[in-house]
Design a protein around this ligand. Structure first.
Ligand code: PA5
Length: 447
């Protein structure tokens, strides 16, 4: 993986990125010594290097049990208990896997919304399918996940019997607390623990991400290896200039200080759509507090050049782009020669489709830079487990450093609670009576 900054640095006065060396090194130091805000959630920092082959073996063993006994596995989880697995599986999977036969079970995601249609339609599909469930919740009490799990547990037991349900339902949750733990222990489910000191959005390299990724048939050992190598490349002892996480954090914060308030993560591969969703949660929940934080947005190009392209080229100049660029595809397809050339595309004949995509990418980069949009570029040799593992750790450490640079606690998310309190009050949850009356009066027209 390479980070290329020249087309972002060109928007900053000479020496600006270098001027971040002291604060970035200090942010790394306080992360390393555990003396920063949120220091009870630093388990992600050296997580990759702490993962043993034995642990990966245990993940793979449980994945095999699910693969052998299920044609579909529903991963129930939301936020950090959903997006990492979804991002990695989507990035590695065939774009059309849902239409093709596969040896691995189909991995479905639920518990990440409260849509009656979504749940009903998924259950309608599952009624003819041997399915299992991975119930993922650190707190064990998240409404979206718990509600979904209640429905799926009953359905799985009704369809497959209690004994088989016990075999194909796995819990990933806290070691001792929460309803998911209580249920798992009482029912005798296989379970994995989410370490106390790893927050949801930093948990993709724990069983939260690793188990669903292994069930989908991907090589978890290679994913971890990639993350381990990036952990070394971004170590606190690596000089500032050579440390990609440090450089990324410095550059994006230098742009932010110049009024570039929105970072758009760009990809040219539809498979990376959910990597952007994962990244948005990571940066949004980590930095967006105390009235501060770069707003994380994303686009899928070239698709969105035909929707958001105009705004990016020409709209308010408060944005910068970070492009994830994949050097080569995993497949091979060239443009055929056509005798009649009615579409005028013979100038492309013999070229790989990927070359056309790359020229779209480079042409867009130059156009956007011309239009006043600073551009950072992350290049990866190919989309595979190893390189995705590198990317995950790169963004995690870049995020930890960035949050500390703007003086927020990057590891909490107090703002997420507000909607939950109101939802519980409006649903008449016991204990919320006073709040319930107040909120209902606010919802009454003309009150
Ligand atoms: O990053 C976070 O901490 C959150 O997004 C959580 O992952 C999300 O709210 C789900 O929480 P839980 O795993 O407790 O169900």
């Amino acid at each position: 993986m390479k980070l290329i900054l020249d087309k972002a640095a060109a928007f900053l006065a000479a020496g600006t990125i270098e001027s971040y060396e002291t604060p970035v090194m200090e942010a790394q130091r306080v992360l390393e010594t555990g003396t920063c805000a949120g220091n009870d959630f630093l388990g992600w920092l050296h997580l990759p290097s702490s993962i043993t082959d034995e642990f990966v073996g245990k993940i793979n063993e449980t994945a095999r049990t699910l693969q052998e006994n299920c044609d579909a596995v529903v991963v129930a989880g939301i936020g950090g208990s959903y997006l990492g697995a979804k991002a990695v599986i989507a990035a590695l999977d065939d774009n059309f896997s849902w239409l093709k036969k596969s040896n691995a079970p189909r991995v479905l995601f639920a518990g990440n919304n409260i849509s009656e249609d979504y749940l009903t339609e998924m259950m309608d599909y599952l009624k003819d399918v041997r399915f299992g469930v991975i119930n993922i919740s650190k707190s064990g009490t998240t409404t979206e996940t718990a509600l979904t799990f209640r429905l799926l547990k009953k359905m799985c037991e009704d369809m497959r019997g209690k004994d088989m349900a016990r075999k194909v339902i796995v819990a990933v949750t806290d070691a001792v607390k929460g309803a998911a733990r209580t249920t798992a222990d009482k029912e005798g489910y296989k379970s994995f623990v989410i370490p106390d000191n790893v927050g949801g959005r930093f948990s993709v390299l724990t069983p939260v991400g690793l188990l669903p990724i292994a069930v989908a048939g991907f090589d978890v050992a290679q994913l971890v290896r990639g993350a381990q190598d990036m952990e070394k490349a971004c170590d606190v002892n690596v000089p500032f200039k050579e440390n990609p996480c440090a450089q990324y954090a410095a550059c994006r914060n230098a742009l932010y200080a110049e009024g570039k308030k929105i970072e758009i993560l760009v990809n040219y591969q539809p498979k990376l759509h959910y990597v952007s969703e994962w990244w948005k949660q990571l940066y949004g929940e980590s930095e967006g507090k105390d009235g501060k934080g770069i707003f994380p947005a994303s686009v899928d190009f070239s698709t969105d050049l035909h929707s958001m392209g105009q705004w990016i080229q020409d709209g308010e100049r408060t944005i910068f782009e970070t492009v994830i660029s994949i050097d080569r595809p995993n497949t091979s397809l060239t443009v055929p020669q056509d005798e009649q050339n009615m579409d005028g595309l013979n100038f492309l004949a013999g070229k790989h489709v990927d070359e056309v995509n790359h020229m779209a990418e480079l042409g867009t980069q130059l156009a956007h830079v011309d239009g006043g949009v600073p551009n950072m570029r992350i290049t990866m040799p190919k989309l595979d487990e190893y390189n995705i593992g590198q990317l995950i750790y790169f963004f995690e450490k870049g995020c930890g450093i960035s949050g500390l640079l703007i003086n927020v606690n990057p590891f909490n998310q107090p703002g997420v609670e507000a909607y939950k309190r109101n939802m519980f009050a409006l649903l008449d949850k016991p204990g919320y009576e006073a709040e319930s009356a107040r909120l209902k009066s606010l919802l009454t027209p003309n009150s």
